[in-house]
Each structure stands twice: as C-alpha cells, then as structure tokens.
Design a binder for this molecule. Sequence first.
Ligand SMILES: [Zn+2]
Length: 672
Amino acid sequence: MPPFLPDNVLIGTKGRFSRILLDERVSMTRCTIGVVFLAVLFSAGVASGSAPTATAVPSGEEPSYPNILLVTLDTTRADALGCYGGDPKVSPNLDRIAGRSHLFERCETSVPQTMPSHTTIFSGLHPFNHGVRKNLAVLVGPDVPLIAEELRDLGYGTGAFVSSYVVDGRFGFKRGFDHYNGPDIRPSVGGGMERRAGDTVRLAVEWIANRTSPWFVWVHLFDPHAPYEPPPPFSGRFADRPYAGEIAYMDNEVGRLIGSLVAKGLFDPALVIIAGDHGEALGEHGEETHGILLYEATTRVPLLIHVPGQTEAVRHRQPAGLVDIAPTLRDLLGITTPGDGVSLLPTLRGKNANADRILYMESLEGYLQHGWAPLFAAVRGSEKYIESPHPELYDLVSDPNELRDLASVRPATAVDLGRRLAEIRPDDESFEGEIIVLSAEEEAALLALGYVAGNPGEDAGTRRNPVDAIHLAPIHRQALEAKASGDLENAAKLFEIELEEDPSSPVLLWYLGNCVADTDPKRAETSFRRAIEIRPEFEAPYIDLAELLIRNGKAPVAALVASEGIRRTFDAGGRLHYLRAASAALKGADINAIMGDLGVSIERASRPAPAYRLRAVIRLQRLDDVDGALSDLENFAEWSEEDELGNLQGDQRFKKLHGDRRFEKILKAALD
Ligand SMILES: [Zn+2]
C-alpha cells in the first residue's frame, strides 16, 4: 500500500517512505503472533477475490492477542470522505487505509450526538440500555459493560486520547483505561474545549511507542465539530469549505498516526477500527449541525475495519451500526458479554448479514431541550422509517438524501417498521440517565459551544415535530448564549421570536420569565404563571416564581406557590421545599414545618449548602440550639462554594457564634 503522507513530512522525503515499507516487511516476523491468532479467525470462509489476506506464518508459539486501535472521527459525514464518494482531496490518508480495510458503505449511529454515540460504541448497547441518551451531565453507569475494561481484563494495556471535554473521563469513559488523556480539557468561557488532532495524535503515538503488546488505544478526534476553523494550510486550501478543511486536517493527522504504526511494522498485524460518531447536517433538511433530526446527513457515518494481515479493500453494502463495534471485538476475542448489536465477524468473513435486521436510532435532543417530539428511527435494508408526529419512510438506495417521503405510498411498510420499533423500545423508558452536576462556569462555557446541559424542555414543551421547528434551533441557541453571557435583553427578544411561533410552550415562557425577572418582575410573574397553567407538572417555573416573590417581599404568596409546586411536581432537587421553608421563615410560621421542609431539601439537593445554612439560622434564632447550628454550618462549609463560605464572616445572623472555637475553625477553613 502507498505510505501515509502527513503534510508536514511530505516534502523531499521519498527515501523515508521506502524505508518505512522496508521496515514494515522486516518487522513482520516480530509481529507474527497476533497475525497467527487472527489468521485462524479470518482464514475460513472469506469470500474469494475480495477477501483479506491473512499472512499466516508457521509458528510454534502460542497465539496471542493483536494490538487494537480504535479511532473515532467526531462529526464526520461518511460522504465527506473520498472512499465514500466524496472529494478524494479531503481524505487521502483515510482512503489509503480503506484500501486495506473492510468498508461499510452504510453504517448508522444510534444517536447523532457525541456522548450517547460513544457509549454505544464502547458498550454495544442501545441508548435506552446504556442510559446515556443525551450529551453532558450524564454518567456512563458503573454497570454498563465497556470494551476497554473487558480488554484490560484480557491483559491489554489500555490508553485513551480524547480531544473534547464531551468525552471527558469524568463522564465515565475512563473505566477500563490504564491511561486516559483528556481530563485536563476543561471548558472555560472564551476558551475552547477542543484539542487539535495534532496534539492528541502526538500523545497517542508517544504512548504506543513505550507499550508492550497487546495494547488497545482509543484516539478521538474532534476537529470537524463546529466551529469550523481548520489550521493552515487547510484553511487556505479549503477556504470556501471550512468543514471539509477540518476533515482534511484531521485526515492528515490520522495519516500521521497510522504512518507511525506502519513505520514500526505495527499497522499490518493490528486490528484497526475507524468510525465516525455521527455526521453533520450542513443545512440539509434545515438543520445546521447535528443532534436533533435523524436524517442520513447526521446518522450515516464512515466505518473502516482493517483486520490483521489485510492487504485489500473489501466493501460491504449491508447496513451496519456503531452498536456492532463492541460485539465484533468481543466475538473476535472470545468475550461473551451480551449486547444489542451483532458481531460483524461473519460479514468480515464474507457471509451475508440478516436482511431482516433492524438498526435502531433515536434523538431526544429536541424533546429535552425544546419540548419538541422525541424522534426514533428504524433502518431495515434500504428502508428507513422515522417515527415522529408525522412519520416518514425513505428508500435509502434510490433516495439517499431522503427527499421523497414514501409513508403514504407504502403505508404497510411504515406500519410494519413502526411496530418493529415499538418492539425494540422498552415500554417504561426513562429519558434521564445518572446526572452529574456541572459548575455554573462549565455550563456557561458549554453553552458558548452550543451545548445545553440539563433538560429544561423535558415534558415542558408542545411536542411539535422537530422537522417543522428546526429553523428555530439556531435562534434558540443564540437566545441561550445571550442569556448565559448576561445579555438578557437580547435573550428575551429571541425567546419572544420563538414564542410567536410556539405561544404555548411552557419552556419558552419560563425562559422569558427568567430573562425579565429583574427588569420587569410583573411580566416575569405573568410568564411563569402562564407556564404553570399550561403544564402544572413543570417544576422550574414554580421555583423561579417563588424566588421572584421572595425577592419582591411577597413571602406569603411565595410559600403558596412553593406548596402548589410540591403538590404538582416531584421537587426532585428539594428546591421547592427549601423555598417554602425560606418564605415561611420570613413570615415566622410553624417551626416543625420549616424544619421538616429543610430536612427534605437537604436530603434531595445535589448541593444542600443553602438549606444547611438556613437551618443553622433557624436553630440559632428560634431553637437556641448552638450545637445543632454549628453542625449544620460544618456541613454547609463542606458543600458551599468559595464566595458563600467567605460571606459567612460578615453574616450578622451568626454574630452570636463569633469567638466559638468550632465556628472560628469553619471561618479559618474559608480563608485557607
Ligand atoms: Zn460527536
């Protein structure tokens, strides 16, 4: 195969490449162990002509495991690559790898979003089974089986090199990796949360150089994700196509990564899997980026699998899914963990896949963020069915851009696929995963990058068909960005534009109320009350209305609003109990009721500092319980943020405690 040509070593290095090829041949003997292992797996049943050629070298040694490289290409449309019919100038290196790999012409993601998609890749599970159904602030649960952990158990050295905060180790991807490079990527307002492919690849190459086999390395490259700002020379070369420029830059770095393996003779005997996590709409069907709609622009991804010893390209037409990657690895290595995907090993050996197989897809982003309808889709052969308030059916072979909806032309097929989807999905599904609390700074920074943490829209919207509302997504994003940056006037205007089209959206009314709470409290109150009236089980407007009323000296009304909210919602975070206690404390109500509410709030809150502080005040002022107050303040100190703790010194409500040894200790800790 031609050598890889990273741009910055391209010039005048012809001799170098012939040396690389020679090295590869020489080192083949060193790497025969892994080759022999997989030669056994791939020698039988491969389709003639297009079959991978395993180099089975006779050896008396015990078979061992091959090195495994998994490269995930973020936000990469399959058709952006030359080997998928795109511009070959964009992807010379990936195209060369495809020349020695199995290429799946139609691979689908499970969710067109980074974190759920990667969780599917690593677990082989549908999103509703691994629980990660949205980006950020969700944890990959400890029970979700992950291939990194399974490979480590087999004796693999495991290393991950990721390029975005979205797959930061804290979200649970770290499990199973001896080395996880990426936790230092922290979003900051004005700063990015992306690391260029060049840096990630350099670290991965260095790590591999010091590793003994077998190793499993995951390299995640994020460059094609918006904003599209390719570095030179790609910025110039693709000046009119910056997205393609990012892909070309990333391709160059993939070439560097694979080139380093080729140079050491490590590419040929390795198992190399290269997959996109989702695509990018680039305006198709009205969507700018990805994450809401389920058209092929964002669901179809590249999938290349180079099996040890493979020297030729093999193309597969049968649909495959990212959900199949983990089952394939498990099948190859004899791991028996069950999954939702299927092993592609029979396909790699030349067998036909099950034509009746359904590939499952979902997108809850529109539902969670905007209150639009959730979307689900099923792909079977060339058919694709999208379930929404107006279900759609497409023939992906004759109409790959999904421009001719066939739902009314082939109603029986649509009904059948709808039924199959219903069979796959659980009846009692929860859209929530295990929640991680992000700091305010993290949330603001993520918003600036187009990510919205939390689920303001869940159950608080009008369940519109996302296809009909997608043009509002950029306005919504701008509104949230303006709100996050403190430009509330502009944010309110943008939410109003959305409300013109969707006047009874509780989530939009709630946002608007938030934006005008300081400048026009009367209007904010009306907005919150209208949101509550439309959707009485939507918690957030009760919280903000109660806070607004307390601020404006209407504690008795606030207590009523909090009580009503407790009655109608779950008050999952205990905030309404806290606010009822706070408004009751202001008007001097029943002490037992107040203490009861604060107990509930402390139990439920992810950050119970304010409830501890309020309870300390009440213990001190109404119960004369100094010991209890000090215990509460110690707990407060543990949960509080720096400025809250700093304010304790000047808080007149605790004047009585000045000079107390325990209190001074808390204050001293605040100063340190
Ligand atoms: Zn992604």
